[in-house]
Ligand binder design. Sequence first.
Ligand code: 5AD
Ligand code: SF4
Length: 470
Amino acid sequence: MHTPDLNLARKRTNNSVETINFCFNSDLRGIAKDKKYCLKTYGCQMNEHDSENIKALLEEMGFKESSTMTGADLIILNTCSIRENAHNKAFGMLGRIKKIKESNKDLIVGIMGCMAQEEVVVNEIMNKYKWVSFVLGTHNINELPNTIFNLLKNNKLTIEVYSKEGEIVEGLPSVRNNKYKAFVNIMYGCDKFCTYCIVPYTRGKQRSRKKEDIINEVIDLKNKGYKEVTLLGQNVNAYGKDLNINYTMSDLLQDVANTGIDRVRFMTSHPWDFTDEMIDVIANNPNVMPHIHLPVQSGSDKVLKMMGRRYTKDEYIALVKKLREKIPNLSLTTDIIVGFPTETLEDFNMTLDLVKEINYDLAYTFIFSKRVGTPAYNMKDETSLEEKNRRLQELNYYINSAANLKNKDYVGKKVKVLIEGFSEKDKSKLMGYTETNKLVNVTGDKDNIGKIVDVKITDYKTWSLDGKIV
Ligand code: 5AD
Ligand code: SF4
C-alpha cells in the first residue's frame, strides 16, 4: 500500500530519470477473457492518451470493452483534478457506481488519473469509499495488470500511488481511439508551478522522453497509415531541458517534421519557453500545422505575477506579433482564468482588452477553482461567485464573437481537411479538421475518410465550418 504524500509531490530533485521497457507479464494474457471493462475518461489529452494505454493493457488481459457500467466486471475512472467540477463529476460517478456494486459484490472499481495522486482524495476514499477496489497513480499505469490480477483473487481496497515520479516507461501497448490521428507523449510532468495549478503535484517533475523513442514512435505511426501526430506535454516548449543535452523542442519538432508524416501538432506551449528557433521550424515546415495553443490566463500583469506565469501582457503580445509575422495563416487559441484571487474589475477589463487586441480563434475560459496544496489555495479571494460568473459570460461574449468572425472569413476559401469519419450530428456528412484546427462538416464521398482533401468552405457557425470536397 502506497498512499500519496503532498510534501513529496512538491519536491524536485536533480536525480536523473531512468527509462525502462514495459514487458507484459505473459502469465496474465487472456486471464479475463470472459470479462468486460468500462473505462470513463475525464480531463485533458494526456488523460485520453493514458486511457489508450489502459485499454490496451486490459484487452491484453482478455477484457472486452462495455459501453455501459452495468454489465461490466471492472469499472475504471481515469480522473482529472484540474478544477473542482472535474473532481465533483468523478465523485458523482462513484455515487452511481456504489449502487451497481451493491448488486454485484465482485465488481472491481478503480480510480486512476490525477485525482488518484491527491492526498485529500485518497484520504476520502479510504474513509468513505472503502468499497472501491483500487487506486493507481499516474506514475505506475504499467502496474495495472498485476493489480487487477490480485483483485480478481481478493477484491480489497489496494492503493498504489507514488508521489515521487519513477521511471519513464517505454513500450506500453496502446489501443488508439483514432485511426488517422495519434497522440505522442514527448514529456511527462511539469516544473512550472503556476500558483493555481495542481498538475506539477499530480504528474510529477518534468521528464522528457528520449528523442529516439519519440521519433521511432512517429515513424511507426506513419508506417501504420497515421496522417497526423500531436506531440503532447504539459509544457512542450521546455522539452529536453531536463535531459542535459543540447537538443531542444525546436530540434525535436524539426526531426519529427523530417519523418515526412503529413501533419504535426503540439500542445501545450507556455509563452515563456517559446523560442525564435521554434517559430522558424513552424514557419519553414509545411507539415508543422499553423495552429498554436498559447494559454495567456490573464491580461493583467499583477494577476500574471500572482499566477507565477513569468511573462507580462506586453511580452505575450510581442510573442504573438512575432508568431503572426512569421506564420501568416496562424490560428491562435488560448486558456483564460477569470476570478483569480484579488482580480479586480480593472484587472478583468485588462483581460478583455487583451482578448480584443489578440483576436483569438478560440479560447477556453474558466472560473478559478481552488486546488488543495497549491499556493493560490490560501490566497485571499473576495470576489463573489456571482461576479465571477458575470465576468466569465462577458469574456465569452467577446471570445465567441471573435471565433464567429474568424470562421466567417473562411467562407469561399479552399482548405485542406483530414477527413476522419462521419459527422456526429449528421451521419450523411463527413467531418475533419483544417490545418488551422477548425472543425469542418463536409459533403463528399466516404472513400475520402483517412485522406487529406481540398474542401471549399460554403458556410460557417461559431464552432464549426461547412464545406464540400472539390
Ligand atoms: N482553476 C481554474 N482553471 C484552471 N486551469 C488550471 N488550473 C486551474 C484552476 N485551479 C486552467 C488553465 C489551464 C487549463 C488547462 O486549465 O487555464 O491552462
Ligand atoms: Fe490533465 Fe491536468 Fe486534468 Fe491531470 S489535472 S487530467 S494533467 S488537465
